[in-house]
Design a protein around this ligand. Structure first.
Ligand code: CTP
Length: 400
């Protein structure tokens, strides 16, 4: 069963060129088990055919507020029964109408007649996207908890290049899943670590690694979307998601003391950071001079933070680690799972292309302490984050 199975989604399609991509979004939502009702505006009907949506969706496409053969008030039926209203693509016009509460057609009336979450996927030319009026409307909607799936850069209608292109269908699907799975971490505190630590050699140089922090940040924002109160201990606070409490650290020692301070209050701990195993024994004050020749850098071991957290784990706490391997993935990950007293470990083979450090994608195996495992084929880090948190939720529910 996916998160979307049986969920009722009103798919509002408005009159942008990107309306043709809503056909793909519709198909994917239906494939994932959702019950999709397309609602097309007059503008959308100039771009794409009603029949296409009727053929792919769970029920015929709706286009009019009036003369519905089934009910005199289709907007209230649609609005009240929806689990989510997704507007894809969203033109500047609909964004403005939603902001002002204007009921101009079946889609805007349905949005007003609903308490369901509203998700908007803007798509327009760069000049339109950059207008202060459009940005202000979106900011107001975001303040009202409307979920905005931002557009991307790329080819636009008419051959132009720029920002404003509809987000990819996979991104939109992921956002829909995030909203509809929201809530299973409510009342929970989730502690996430992210990024590579930097161990100073002198005032300007350090020993570091290639971790971007992206996987940990995705876990933090996913956990926030699912209702958790999130503490993110990261070496990359510049790219931390909104809505989480960020503790900025640089070295393994700083991360260790931040973890020690935050862990007792956490229900779930996900250690996604790439922590240095060794640090220079001494940090030289000031900058080493080249003319003095290569410095003798004596390395000493850092604390294994995860092993400490695993050793201090409460019975009701879930502790999940990561294992970055280049060979013997499963065997190495299994021994870390046992040695660090973890509930689960997310193993990735970082020697594979597109996996792990510096990539937007990842391929992992989630090994659980009971011997079971979940394989996650190469996908976006956000999807990996979701699967890791699914594992955390089921481990939590076994505890209680
Ligand atoms: N970890 C940690 N503290 C360290 C080193 C690693 O908390 N000093 C954590 C990482 O955040 C990760 C897990 O331990 O969740 C495994 O890290 P990894 O680098 O894969 O393995 P190591 O334990 O460092 O062992 P090795 O380098 O031998 O593979």
């Amino acid at each position: 069963m996916t998160t979307l199975a049986g969920r009722r989604i009103v798919l509002g399609v408005t009159g942008g060129i990107a309306a043709y991509k809503a056909v793909e979004v519709c198909r994917r939502l239906v494939d994932a088990g959702a019950h999709v009702t397309p609602v097309l505006t007059d503008g959308a009907l100039r771009m794409v055919g009603e029949t296409t949506f009727s053929a792919l969706a769970s029920e015929p496409a709706r286009t009019r507020l009036w003369d519905d053969p089934e009910t005199p008030i289709p907007h209230t039926r649609l609005g009240q029964s929806a689990d989510l209203i997704l507007v894809c693509p969203a033109t500047a016009r609909i964004i403005s109408d939603v902001r002002t509460g204007r009921s101009a057609d079946l889609l805007t009336a349905t949005i007003l007649a609903s308490r369901a979450p509203l998700m908007i996927c803007p798509a327009m030319h760069t000049e339109m996207w950059e207008q202060a009026s459009v940005q202000e409307n979106l900011a107001v909607l975001a303040d009202r908890s409307v979920v905005i799936v931002p557009p991307e850069s790329g080819r636009l209608a008419g051959g132009d290049l720029g920002h404003g292109r509809l987000a990819e269908p996979a991104t939109i699907l992921a956002a829909v899943e995030a909203v509809l799975s929201a809530g299973d971490l409510q009342q929970q505190t989730v502690l996430v670590t992210a990024g590579g630590t930097r161990e100073p050699i002198d005032a300007v140089r350090y020993i570091g690694n290639r971790s971007s922090g992206r996987q940990g940040h995705c876990i933090a924002s996913e956990a926030r979307n699912r209702g958790a109160s999130v503490v993110l201990i990261t070496t990359r606070p510049d790219t931390a998601p909104a809505g989480v409490r960020v503790v900025a650290v640089e070295t393994a020692a700083e991360m260790a003391s931040a973890c020690a301070a935050e862990a007792p209050a956490a229900d779930v701990i996900v250690m996604a950071a790439a922590v240095a195993d060794f640090r220079p024994e001494q940090r030289v004050d000031g900058k080493l001079k080249k003319g003095d020749g290569p410095p003798p850098v004596q390395l000493v071991a850092t604390e294994d933070i995860l092993a400490s957290l695993g050793a201090a784990k409460r019975p009701d706490q879930v502790v999940i680690g990561f294992a970055a391997e280049t060979n013997d993935l499963l065997a190495n990950a299994k021994s870390k799972l046992a040695a660090k007293n973890l509930d689960a470990i997310v193993a990735n083979d970082v020697s594979k292309p597109q996996v792990g450090f510096e990539h937007a994608t990842n391929e992992v195996v989630i090994l659980l302490a009971d011997g079971s495992h979940v394989d996650v084929a190469l996908t976006e880090k956000r999807e990996v984050a979701r699967r890791v948190l699914d594992a955390a939720v089921s481990l939590l529910s076994e505890r209680r």
